[in-house]
Write a protein that binds this ligand. Structure first.
Ligand SMILES: C[S@@+](CC[C@H](N)C(=O)[O-])C[C@H]1O[C@@H](n2cnc3c(N)ncnc32)[C@H](O)[C@@H]1O
Length: 186
């Protein structure tokens, strides 16, 4: 039950990675969300972006690159997702700008990145966030997608309070993601 949203997201993304109609339909969900996040963190082409939890079809990482021109590194801990998303990135012609790496967010060293983006489905979201916040450079911006409170039991968050001290927040309507919180390492 707890993992029902992450699991169904993954399933839809498997289909999207292989079918361009489904890809275009689902990317509509992400476009407005990512545009707001680009503005929230003021992401520029000179930034280096790290996305945690790309899934088989890493819409957010792709759109972050398309909207800003910044190089993007996407990690996922699931080897099958990494294979499928690498194929997709190649098919889209983005293999020079977008790298996909097999890794757990808990193990990655984030110090080379100026922007870190976390999907709401990252598990456990609070623990990975604290690891990244501790290891990133001063001034790095961390964007965390937070599920709506009433849906949080379907995600992997043990301690919601770690997300209380954000710098700014973008609120999203009509989505399972309630907001994206921006943290700046100081
Ligand atoms: C289905 S995706 C959703 C993201 C969406 N594709 C996007 O573009 O925003 C969520 C992915 O996060 C990955 N994931 C969950 N916890 C993780 C962690 N600790 N480290 C790396 N990847 C993780 C899962 O394997 C899954 O593929």
């Amino acid at each position: 039950m707890v993992k029902i949203i992450p699991k169904s997201t993954k399933l839809l993304e498997w289909l999207a990675a292989r079918n361009s109609l489904i890809y275009r339909a689902i990317s509509l969900y992400y476009k407005k969300l990512v545009k707001k996040e680009v503005a929230l963190a003021n992401i520029k082409s000179t930034d280096k972006v790290l996305c945690i939890g790309g899934g088989p079809c890493p819409f957010s990482g792709i759109l972050l690159h398309e909207y800003t021109g910044a190089p993007v590194t996407i990690i996922d801990k699931d080897a099958r997702c990494v294979c499928v998303s690498r194929e997709l990135i190649k098919k889209l012609g983005y293999d020079n700008a977008i790298k996909i790496i097999l890794s757990d967010g808990n193990d990655i060293a984030p110090k080379d990145f100026s922007v870190i983006h976390m999907a709401a489905q990252v598990s456990p979201l609070d623990k990975v966030f604290l690891h990244l916040k501790q290891g990133c450079c001063f001034g790095a911006r961390i964007l965390v997608r937070l599920p709506k409170h009433r849906l949080s039991k379907f995600y992997s968050i043990n301690e919601y309070s770690v997300f209380g001290n954000y710098y700014r927040k973008a609120v999203h309507k009509w989505r399972n993601v309630g907001s994206t919180a921006l943290f700046i390492k100081s």
